[in-house]
Design a protein around this ligand. Structure first.
Ligand code: FMN
Length: 212
């Protein structure tokens, strides 16, 4: 006779798996693609807020949450963005309904007294340690950026992440005096499926992992 506690755990695990059925996994992962072309359909500002409301639940070191986002949506703001883009990314970014500039705030640690109330000395690792702060900002900001992509997909949006931009020009134009480092540009909208590139190979699981 199986241990009832083990049986209950297995039942709970099965119930949890059922919470995200195959269609959800397709939406987030298996059918999701990077998009290069966009339908002429706007993205409501309230939907962008929903994306952030979900993505901000991502885990980050000390709950530091270094990600900052500039939504570039107006024609005037897109015109400021255009010169910062690599040639190959320009036309599709101008055509996208909205482009997120995803930044890492190098001074994220100043919020730790509020965000890490469980810590006795929350800012201790970073005061006077700009290299450690920068490394933590980049790592955790990139992690949060991945969650932004997943959150957008979960809400039915398509994403086009891009690293091809002039970081100096982007920072001068949009970060201005703030200590923000650009991580990624993210086109968002409703994609044109005809302009998606064929799926490129993924590494085999055995090439990516080891079990010790
Ligand atoms: C950090 C990052 C930088 C990227 N930079 C660019 C870019 O500058 N231009 C571009 O067209 N695609 C860019 N991509 C898109 C990738 O090439 C694409 O996500 C990858 O080939 C997988 O495509 P799939 O989602 O259709 O499978 C970037 C993606 C990431 C995550």
């Amino acid at each position: 006779m199986a241990d009832p506690a083990v049986m209950a755990e297995i039942a709970a695990a099965r119930a949890a798996m059922a919470a995200l059925p195959g269609a959800g996994l397709d939406l987030l992962f298996r059918a999701a693609h990077t998009h290069n072309g966009w339908q002429d359909r706007p993205v409501a500002p309230a939907l962008l807020e929903e994306v952030v409301a979900l993505a901000r639940m991502a885990p980050t070191a000390l709950n530091g949450q270094p990600l900052r986002i500039t939504w570039v949506a107006s024609g005037e703001a897109k015109a400021r963005l255009a010169p910062c883009l690599s040639e190959g990314n320009r036309a599709k970014t101008i055509a996208a309904p909205v482009t997120g500039i995803l930044w890492a705030d190098a001074e994220f640690w100043k919020n730790l007294p509020k965000l890490a109330p469980h810590m006795a000395d929350p800012m201790g690792s970073y005061v006077g340690a700009p290299e450690a702060a920068l490394a933590a900002a980049r790592l955790n900001g990139a992690l949060q950026a991945g969650y932004v992509i997943l959150a957008a997909r979960a809400l039915g949006l398509d994403c086009g992440p891009m690293g091809g931009f002039d970081a100096g020009a982007l920072t001068a134009e949009f970060a201005q005096a703030r200590p923000w480092l650009p991580l990624l540009l993210l086109n968002l909208g409703y994609g044109d499926a005809a302009r998606v590139r064929p799926r490129a190979p993924r590494l085999e699981i055995a090439e990516m992992t080891e079990t010790l």
